[in-house]
Structure formats: C-alpha cells, structure tokens
Unconditional design. Structure first.
Length: 336
C-alpha cells in the first residue's frame, strides 16, 4: 500500500496532470457557457406550435405507411412519387428509433434528451485524450529522467513497481472520469430543467445513456493503458505520441486511400477506428459497394455492420498485447 500511496502522490503532483485537469475544467466551462447562451425556456406559444407541427408530421408519416401497406397488398396502384421500401415498417412513425416529439421543432432550446449522448461522446473523447497523454507522460518521464531507477532502489521488484504505476494510473483515472462525467451530465440536466427542456428521459433513455457511459469509461481506461504501454516500450513519452501520429497518417489516412484506389472489399474492417466506434456506439454500419454486384432486380441491402463485441475483442487484444510486451521488456532490459 505504501508503494501505491506514493504513486498516487507522484501522479497528483505532476504539473502535466494538473494542467490537463485545468484544461478539462475550461472545456467544461466553455461548453456549459455556450449551451446557456444558445438556449432559452420555451414559451407556451412555442410549445403549442411545436406540438402542432409534430402531430402534423406524424399524421403524414402514418398516411404514407398506410399507403405503402395498401400498395403492397395490391389495393392501390403506385405512382412515380411513392417510396416503397422492402418493409413498410420503415415508414411507421411508431417504430422509429427516435420518436417525433415537440422538442424536434423548437429552435434555440436545449433539450437534454437530444443532446446528452453527443455531449457524452465529447466528454469521452476528451477523457480518452487525457488518459492517453497522462498515461504516456507518467511512465515516459520517469523512464527518461531516471525516476524509475530511484524507485527500484527502494522497491527492487520491477513487475510490482510497473504494476503499481499502471494500477494507480487506471484507478485514479477511473475515479476522476466518474466524478467528471457525473458532474458534467448533472449540470446539463439542470440546464435542461431551468433554461431548456429535459425531453423524453424515460427508462429506455437512461439505460441507453448508461450503456454508452460504461463503454466510454472502458475506452478511457484502454487509451490510458495503451499510452502507458507504448511509452514503456519506447522509454519516452514522445514514443507514444509518435506511434499514434504515425498510425493515423500512415494507416487511417494513407492505407485507407490505397484500399479505396485498389477497390478493396470492406476496407473499414482493417481500421482500428471502426472497432472503436463500434464499441462506443454499440454498432456501426458501413456500405459494401460490391455486395449488390450481379443483382438484376429487387431490393439489395449492401450494408454491413460491426458490433460492439468485435470492437471490444479487437481493442482488448491490442491493449493486452502491448501491456504484456511492456511488462516483458521492462523486466529484461537495462534501465540505466
């Protein structure tokens, strides 16, 4: 416990960590101020007009859905303006993933139910960057300055020392992320209550938001572990930054362009960003331009999906391999 306590104090005392916390608070304050400046509490007249517009659009969609069913049944002859999907249920407003409400027709009004998920994505992205940079600098600076060597003189067990550093990093980051997320969403909930609308915050909404929140926290921890592992392998913070920059430029941009030129089948399967998005959102859909080749008639769905399971498997495998390599290298090499 003395080693863990010492590492917590060292992590909290790092100026870079303190700077990143300040930047997190600034980003939080700017987002809140911008939201407050662009929102207002809707008047009864605005709500009445929005409800009327929503009811009118729902009625139109129901009529379109009914006409689709009648065309499929052969009761009505379709004209050139009719849209006929493979399944008329696609036109049923009752089956929409996001129901049509009056909040969709209000201008300049912050609706918590509509904005909570995008705001959470923004926070997760910032915390991932925070975790990666802090994780890389935390071990990279100690390796480069000789701090790890001094620590090993006190506790001459390399695996225990590196494990304490990684565990301290992940535990502290988890606690900070949980507190920051709760405060972040809590403030925007209050904004919805006082300067906007809360919207349809039912059990399904909170369940979906909670699932996204949990997956986001997992990504933050994975990002920190990756930064820590790469910096350990490269013995410097810059090694982690250079590796990520090289991957983004060479593979996510360069290789994606080459795969597009050679007309590779489903190139998104080879991109780490696809699995990251799949894990965070639950599932992502891509278009396979070759899926409908040879289809002479009828409907062809050329899309394919990557689910959260595949995303989690790829991300965990990558993190496990790099962390294992970091521990193995740290145990064997000369640190002086």
């Amino acid at each position: 416990m003395n080693l863990v306590r010492a590492e917590v104090e060292r992590l909290a005392g790092r100026r870079f960590v303190q700077l990143m916390v300040v930047l997190l608070l600034i980003a939080f304050a700017v987002t809140v101020a911008t939201t407050l400046a662009g929102s207002h509490r809707p008047s009864p007249g605005e709500l009445s007009r929005a409800r009327a517009q929503a009811a009118e659009d729902v009625a139109q969609m129901e009529a379109t859905h009914t006409r689709c069913l009648r065309i499929k049944a052969g009761e009505v002859i379709p004209d050139e303006n009719d849209y006929l999907p493979r399944n008329c249920a696609e036109l049923d407003p009752a089956l929409r993933s996001e129901p049509i409400t009056a909040a969709n027709y209000l201008s300049g009004v912050f609706v918590f139910a509509q904005k909570a998920e995008p705001l959470l994505y923004f926070l997760v992205a910032f915390l991932m960057l925070f975790g990666f940079l802090v994780g890389a600098s935390y071990i990279g600076a100690d390796l480069n300055s000789g701090g790890v060597v001094n620590l090993l003189l006190w506790r001459p067990r390399r695996t225990a020392v590196l494990g304490a550093k990684l565990g301290t990093l992940l535990g502290t980051l988890l606690a900070l992320s949980a507190v920051a997320s709760a405060a972040y969403l809590g403030v925007f909930w209050l904004i919805g209550q006082t300067a906007g609308l809360t919207g349809g915050t039912n059990a399904e909404f909170w369940g979906s938001l909670g699932a996204t929140y949990g997956r986001g926290l997992g990504l933050v921890l994975l990002a920190a572990a990756l930064g820590f592992a790469i910096a350990t392998l490269g013995r410097h913070t810059a090694a982690a930054l250079g590796t990520v920059a090289a991957y983004l430029v060479v593979w996510e941009l360069g290789a994606r362009l080459v795969l597009d030129i050679v007309e590779a089948v489903r190139p998104e399967r080879w991109m780490l960003s696809s699995y990251l998005a799949a894990w965070l959102s639950g599932e992502v859909h891509f278009w396979d331009r070759f899926a409908c080749d040879g289809e002479s008639a009828g409907f062809c769905d050329g899309s394919y999906a990557i689910g959260w399971g595949a995303g989690l498997a790829v991300l965990l495998t990558l993190a496990a391999v790099l962390v294992a390599a970091a521990f193995t290298t740290f145990r064997r090499r000369d640190l002086i």
